[in-house]
Design a protein around this ligand. Structure first.
Ligand SMILES: [Zn+2]
Length: 190
């Protein structure tokens, strides 16, 4: 599928939907990527009010944003019971450190997690505060990445027992099932 939104049945509740949308800014199967350059990254973030439209965005910013996207995807693989790429998570962690997320206190307001950084690092920080909120609400474990090798699309598992495995049964689940079926049918001695 092209980068973009999922079907309602596979979409996370707001604001976690924004994190899901960020992970799904690339279609790994076709290679179509909404974050194909620094300008595209700036537009993507500005459209969602995560940075100002005149914010300068460079190649290093783009690299960190991709590190965050792919590090999150690695964690979503773990949420689906798959092995987690530790190197990708380490890169995510390094990018996260630059956001300087901290708990901000003000009289008369609830304490709130906010990034101290500005620009792309601040935008990354805002995405990560959403992750923190989802962990707190017990929603994070339901955001998963599809196990099919070329897909790895992020989807939200609305099923009661958290058993959802595929981004879309018709797109990926059936392909895997058909493959398993073919392999079972193949004669053992050949
Ligand atoms: Zn899939």
């Amino acid at each position: 599928m092209a980068p973009g939104i999922s079907t309602p049945a596979k979409t996370a509740p707001a604001p976690l939907e924004l994190v899901q949308r960020f992970v799904n800014s690339v279609d790994l199967e076709s290679g179509e990527d909404e974050l194909s350059g620094p300008g595209e990254l700036r537009d993507w973030l500005a459209e969602r009010d995560l940075i100002s439209p005149d914010q300068p965005v460079g190649k290093a910013d783009l690299r960190r944003a991709i590190d965050v996207r792919e590090g999150l995807r690695a964690l979503l693989m773990g949420n689906n019971g798959l092995p987690v790429d530790e190197e990708r998570v380490a890169r995510l962690d390094r990018a996260a450190a630059r956001a300087g997320v901290r708990l901000v206190f003000r009289p008369g307001a609830d304490p709130e997690l906010q990034p101290e950084a500005v620009g792309v690092d601040g935008a990354i920080g805002r995405l990560l505060t959403i992750v923190a909120g989802a962990v707190e609400q017990g929603r994070w474990q339901r955001l998963k990445a599809c196990p099919r090798e070329v897909c790895h699309w992020a989807f939200f598992d609305h099923s009661k027992n958290h058993s959802g495995r595929w981004c879309l049964m018709e797109v990926c689940g059936n392909i895997e099932k058909a493959r398993a079926f073919r392999e079972r049918k193949r004669p053992a001695h050949q």
